[in-house]
Design a protein around this ligand. Structure first.
Ligand code: F6P
Length: 371
């Protein structure tokens, strides 16, 4: 009897259970067995799994998170106190022990790298894209993005009335450490006055000038939507210099120094939004507050769009397995379902292009993008 495995890896997102349910129901409908590994690749390493029967798939469609659990374990580079270790052979053994026909890995950028490394060991893998950041290449949407967009938009709406009442600047930190899809989408949908994304290094003086122009027009509040990964021009330069130094390092000591500098810049960046709030307060004289939306953006019931996306991708990936098509990610291009080799997806980040309609619209509307 055909048996397939499924796991969810990386940060959770709403709609994962819709995908698990669709995979399970479609596969069971074909008379197959389905097992779910607990906590991503970690469960596969430790052979912790559960058989997914029809009754296990009931009542999970509307539930947030993942019923299987997740982790960020990298099988080809598992962190141990003695340094990174390659444990892929143990996962291959689990795959063989269960006589799997294929493994479905649902995840984001990191999961695609892991899946590719596992596929190199001969496993039949199909992946589905999920992340609230929407930064997976070769798919228009990822499972969880639409729901997170709703949540972040609602948060910006709510921040408007309080910023307005107190004549304050409120900076809302929105998830997205490498791409600004969520901050740009929610910022535009929520009518933020300033939107800062990782793709566009910002100049704090230009942001302050835009806020002051609003004050001069009689509007004494401003909403600034800040993606986690947004950086000032100065910080971006410092990063690039450290990265270049790392690349052109000719010995281990130089490499170590570059790594330390990057780690220090990363640590400083944690405080980025608070630093920006202080700078804007000094430059504009307006009271500034920070609101970090954080994990609220990843939780709760999935929107209809994520339920439908998870359902379509889940059902299609079982069709692919039935057709013997492996080593691919099932994604979407508009309304069309697409398949792309995992090798093209892994390590390929989808960022906001500078001429993207969202960015162009923001500029037409006079939204300040920090540049
Ligand atoms: O990858 C999705 C994401 O939500 C990022 O935007 C965020 O930086 C990261 O996950 C944080 O995840 P965790 O704290 O769970 O590792």
């Amino acid at each position: 009897k055909t048996c397939i495995g499924v796991l969810t890896a990386g940060g959770d997102s709403p709609g994962l259970n819709a995908a698990i349910r669709a995979i399970g129901k479609t596969a069971i409908g074909k008379g197959w067995n389905v097992i779910g590994f607990r906590d991503g690749f970690l469960g596969m390493l430790e052979d912790r799994w559960v058989e997914l029967k029809k009754e296990d798939l009931a009542n999970i469609l509307t539930v947030g998170g993942t019923v299987l659990g997740t982790s960020r374990l990298k099988p080809h580079r598992m962190e141990t106190p003695k340094g990174p270790v390659d444990v892929r052979d143990k996962l291959v053994a689990t795959y063989k022990r269960h006589k799997l026909t294929a493994l479905v890995c649902i995840g984001g950028g990191g999961t695609h790298k892991n899946a590719l490394k596992l596929a190199e060991k001969g496993l039949n893998i199909v992946t589905l894209p999920k992340t609230i950041d929407n930064d997976v290449a070769h798919t228009d949407s990822t499972i969880g993005f639409a729901t997170a967009l709703e949540i972040a938009t609602d948060a910006i709406d709510r921040l408007h009335s309080t910023a307005h009442s107190h004549h304050r600047i409120i900076l809302a930190e929105i998830m997205g450490h490498r791409a600004g899809w969520l901050a740009m989408g929610a910022g535009l949908a929520g009518g933020a006055d300033v939107i800062l994304v990782p793709e566009i290094p910002y100049d704090v003086n230009k942001i302050a000038a835009a806020i002051k122009r609003r004050v001069a027009r009689g509007t004494k509040f401003s909403i600034v939507a800040v993606a986690e990964g947004a950086r000032s021009i100065e910080d971006t330069r410092a990063y690039e210099a450290a990265r270049q130094a790392g690349k052109s390092a000719t010995n281990a000591a130089q490499k170590r120094i570059a790594k330390t500098v990057i780690a220090k810049l990363d640590a400083d960046h944690e405080d980025n939004i608070f630093r920006l709030a202080r700078q804007l307060n000094t430059l504009t004289g307006l009271d500034s507050r920070v609101s970090i939306l954080g994990y609220i953006q990843r939780g709760g019931t999935p929107s209809h769009r994520d339920r439908l996306l998870g359902t379509r991708l889940g059902a299609t990936c079982v069709e692919m397995i039935a057709d013997g098509k492996f080593g691919i990610m099932v994604g979407v291009d508009g309304d069309r379902i697409t398949t792309t080799p995992i090798s093209k997806v892994a390590g390929n980040l989808k960022t906001l292009p500078p001429d993207h309609p969202l960015i162009r619209s923001a500029r037409h509307l006079g939204t300040n993008l920090g540049d």
